[in-house]
Design a protein around this ligand. Structure first.
Ligand SMILES: NC(=O)c1ccc[n+]([C@@H]2O[C@H](COP(=O)([O-])OP(=O)(O)OC[C@H]3O[C@@H](n4cnc5c(N)ncnc54)[C@H](OP(=O)(O)O)[C@@H]3O)[C@@H](O)[C@H]2O)c1
Length: 319
């Protein structure tokens, strides 16, 4: 299939296999020229040859080890300086299934370097350039384990939680600058990632493993629909809407100068600064029967005023 429209150049990291290779295929068919990034040059070249002959697009290969600072810096420079680049797919990543006690910390460090540091540096190169150009799309490949880090190796889950958090933040900062940021959260997908991590996907229950083609196609539909976060495997999309609404709602309620009453301590920081040192004393305000617990209000004996709010209530065992 050839596509004569020109949507600019998409840079895809981790394009030599799995999810990245399917993004390359689909984006070429959608009219993007491509820069394919990974370490395995042979695989990249063979994909490039297939896509060039199949779609007529320009498909360049940039053999890059994203864990090598100098090689990463070259790609950053390309993103900053090539005005034809309109999309970055931050896809390269490695996983682990090792529990913390069995995991080699050096491997964890390498995973953090690829899944977090490289992704961050490439975003820092692309996003400002896209802002100057007034257009651009960044697709960050996270994972559902970013929300459920108990599922696999905890460091892997944490790297993907980072990807989601960074994507939320970028969406917040860049929404009015014409830049699209999409976080894609695949569940188990049939790629080499699993075997490399020491647990082939064929050993998983077939009912939870998605084909890589379906995963990417669904993610691109999500992109077309303007989704900020796309979770191809989550069937009830309203569940995410509610989860996200709850996250945003609770975010409004974190900022308080005193700890929650359930901890029974604390005064506002301003009052701390203004008053000499004091100890909180309590007065009994009500009795909570039948378990013998009493409630009491705490107040500052120097200012004689109840700290913040109407009363800071604690619970005191009087028996
Ligand atoms: N498969 C899943 O179940 C699943 C689920 C959720 C999220 N994901 C995420 O999807 C993304 C793609 O993974 P995949 O499943 O498609 O696995 P994959 O087939 O193993 O692909 C990983 C890609 O990353 C590249 N890569 C690895 N280390 C690199 C390095 N140091 N420098 C440059 N490129 C490097 C690999 O190419 P080279 O080896 O040639 O460098 C390969 O192209 C990852 O971020 C992964 O965390 C996957």
């Amino acid at each position: 299939m050839s596509n004569s429209s020109n949507k600019g150049v998409a840079v895809i990291t981790g394009a030599s296999s799995g999810i990245g290779a399917v993004y390359a295929d689909r984006l070429a068919k959608r009219g993007y020229d491509l820069i394919l990034v990974a370490r395995n040059e042979e695989r990249l070249k063979s994909l490039s040859a297939r896509l060039t002959s199949g779609t007529g697009r320009s498909v360049k290969v940039l053999r890059t080890d994203l864990n090598n600072k100098a090689e990463l810096a070259k790609l950053e420079a390309t993103l900053r300086n090539d005005p034809s680049i309109t999309m970055l797919v931050n896809n390269a990543g490695v996983a682990s299934v090792a529990p913390l006690l069995n995991a080699d910390v050096e491997k964890m460090d390498e995973m953090i370097a690829l899944n977090i540091t490289a992704l961050t540096r490439l975003t820092y190169a692309a996003a400002p350039a896209f802002v100057v150009r007034g257009t651009g799309t960044i697709i960050n490949i996270g994972s559902v384990v970013g929300i459920s880090p108990e599922a696999l190796n905890g460091v892997y889950g944490a790297t993907k939680a980072y990807v989601l958090a960074l994507s939320h933040s970028l969406q917040h900062e860049l929404a009015d600058k014409g830049i699209r940021i999409q976080a894609v959260l695949p569940g188990a997908t049939a790629t080499d990632l699993w075997e490399i991590a020491g647990f082939p996907w064929q050993k998983l229950p077939p009912s939870i493993v998605m084909s890589v083609e379906d995963m990417v196609d669904a993610a691109l539909v999500g992109l077309d629909r303007g989704e900020l976060v796309t979770i191809p495997g989550l069937h009830d999309g309203d569940e995410w809407t509610r989860f996200e609404a709850a996250r945003r709602a609770i975010s409004e309620r974190f900022g308080n100068s005193v700890p929650a009453p359930r901890y029974g301590i604390g005064v506002p920081a301003q009052q701390h600064a203004a008053s000499p040192p004091y100890r909180l004393k309590g007065v009994i305000t009500s009795r909570l029967s039948p378990n013998g617990l009493w409630r009491y209000a705490q107040f500052c004996p120097y200012t004689k005023r109840l700290p913040m709010r109407k009363a800071l209530l604690g619970r005191k065992q009087l028996a």
